[in-house]
Design a protein around this ligand. Structure first.
Ligand SMILES: Nc1ncnc2c1ncn2[C@@H]1O[C@H](COP(=O)(O)OP(=O)(O)O)[C@@H](O)[C@H]1O
Ligand SMILES: [Mg+2]
Length: 437
């Protein structure tokens, strides 16, 4: 695993801001080590917990490794000869891409829904990913669908990239044909072979005329049994310019792509708030303009989406007991207040734009570490046997399959407040019957 040694080429400051760290004292040994830099957690988060940085051999005695996805994949590659000890945790599952690659996520969710239908269960809310075609194999199907005219605009996204890079919108057959396979047996690879084409949500919910999407943090402590938390602290990312569905504006990425990386370059980007709203403010706003029942329902629908997206990959995920994951979901809400899952990121950006942003990310990482690495765990097996509390800071237990299996008959009614209860202060029913299928 030569990549694990890349950190030695970084400066001291860079190392201080990167990766990893480990627990000291709690797990009797410890520390953490880094490889290719994953997104940087705000510095100091680990140290504040009394953990020590591990700066030596990655084959050594660290406890928690905040690694990049590449490093994790290398670790689990049988050729690496690397074996995780009983006292070691890594922040990715070896085949995390089943959920975090756009094409595979769609495939898995589609298959899952089909399987549920066969088993006699259906629910319109399971339609939570926009219709997607995976290139090159679905190109003809896509042309047929476009000709039917149900969808006007399509968004083309490369499945291996991030931060809005390589994305464009198309609404004319002529443009689409120009992009398609050239034929002629030239043997040349079409760059679009690495793309997915998704139905464009062209009636997004707007605030002040601007499009936004939500960054929702989801923590999976285990896939089998499924134990998942959702962060009630998150944020909305707004576009710089007011939204229009006019065809002439399709190239305007500042209007259509909410990625901070896209918006940051624009003249109208507001550095003081970073074009962000706290999740709680979004829900309060919605409660005010659409009513608390509608806002509450949206929250329940988002929880439903998260649980079923995880269940969709549960059977294919390698649920290694050393692994956990902190996903960054991109969820868009349409004008009917339906949430759509655009993608799940394995390495959500941890860079920060404002003091509030920094505090939020510190909090989410801190609570994630508290869930996956509570004090005094001595081995990954004993860690699993520990109870998973309903609430850990901003994280709420969304699904605990262990308990579901035990409590399957005693399904209490969802806890609903008389009116809308502020997100972030209230628990979502963990045993909401709709979560169970
Ligand atoms: N189907 C869609 N409908 C409307 N907007 C979308 C859709 N898919 C993506 N977007 C917009 O494009 C942005 C980037 O898409 P995303 O799938 O998150 O790719 P990336 O990995 O580049 O972030 C999203 O945050 C959202 O603003
Ligand atoms: Mg994204």
């Amino acid at each position: 695993m030569p990549r694990l040694y890349l950190f030695t080429t970084l400066t001291g400051d860079e190392i201080a801001n990167r990766d990893v760290v480990a627990q000291s004292g709690q797990c009797n040994r410890g520390a953490v080590r880094a490889g290719i830099p994953p997104p940087r957690p705000p510095p100091g988060n680990f140290e504040r917990r009394g953990w020590k940085r591990w700066n030596e051999d990655p084959a050594g005695d660290w406890n928690v490794y905040w690694a990049s996805v590449t490093t994790t994949r290398n670790m689990f590659n049988p050729d690496s000869g690397f074996r995780l000890g009983d006292h070691q945790l890594v922040n990715h599952f070896p085949n995390h891409y089943e959920l975090t690659r756009k094409d595979l996520m769609y495939k898995n969710v589609k298959r899952y829904r089909k399987d549920l239908r066969k088993a006699g269960y259906d629910d319109a809310r399971l339609n939570f990913v926009p219709t997607t075609f995976i290139l090159p194999q679905d190109y003809t199907l896509f042309l047929e669908e476009h000709k039917k005219g149900r969808v006007g605009t399509w968004i083309f996204k490369p499945h291996g990239r991030a931060q809005g890079r390589g994305i464009f919108l198309v609404n004319k057959l002529s443009q689409i044909k120009r992009l398609g396979p050239k034929g002629g047996g030239s043997g040349e690879r079409n760059p679009l072979d690495m793309y997915v084409i998704c139905e464009y949500i062209d009636r997004p919910l707007l605030v002040g005329g601007r499009k936004f999407d939500l960054r929702v943090y989801v923590v999976v402590a285990s896939y089998r049994p499924l134990i998942a938390y959702i962060a009630r602290a998150g944020f909305a990312r707004f576009c710089n310019v007011k939204y229009s569905s006019e065809a002439g504006e399709l190239r305007n990425s500042e209007m259509h792509l909410t990625n901070v990386a896209v918006q940051k370059g624009g003249d109208q980007y507001n550095a003081s708030h970073g074009n962000k709203w706290a999740m709680a403010d979004v829900f309060q706003y919605l409660a005010a303009v659409r009513g608390s029942a509608a806002a509450w329902k949206l929250r329940e629908d988002m929880d439903f989406l998260v649980v079923h997206s995880l269940k969709a990959v549960q059977s294919v995920m390698i649920s290694d007991k050393h692994c956990f994951e902190m996903y960054g979901y991109d969820i868009m809400i349409d004008d009917d207040l339906k949430p759509w899952l655009l993608e799940a990121n394995a390495s959500p950006s941890l860079s920060t734009t404002t003091p509030e942003d920094k505090a939020l990310k510190m909090r989410v990482i801190n609570d994630t570490l508290q869930v996956v690495s509570p004090p005094n765990w001595s081995s990954v097996d004993s860690r699993r046997a520990k109870a998973f509390p309903e609430k850990v800071g901003c994280l709420e237990l969304l699904y605990n399959e262990t308990e579901e299996l035990q409590a399957v008959r005693s399904s209490p009614a969802p806890r609903r407040g008389a009116g809308f209860q502020r997100p972030g202060t209230v628990g979502t029913p963990r045993r909401n019957p709709s979560m169970r299928v």
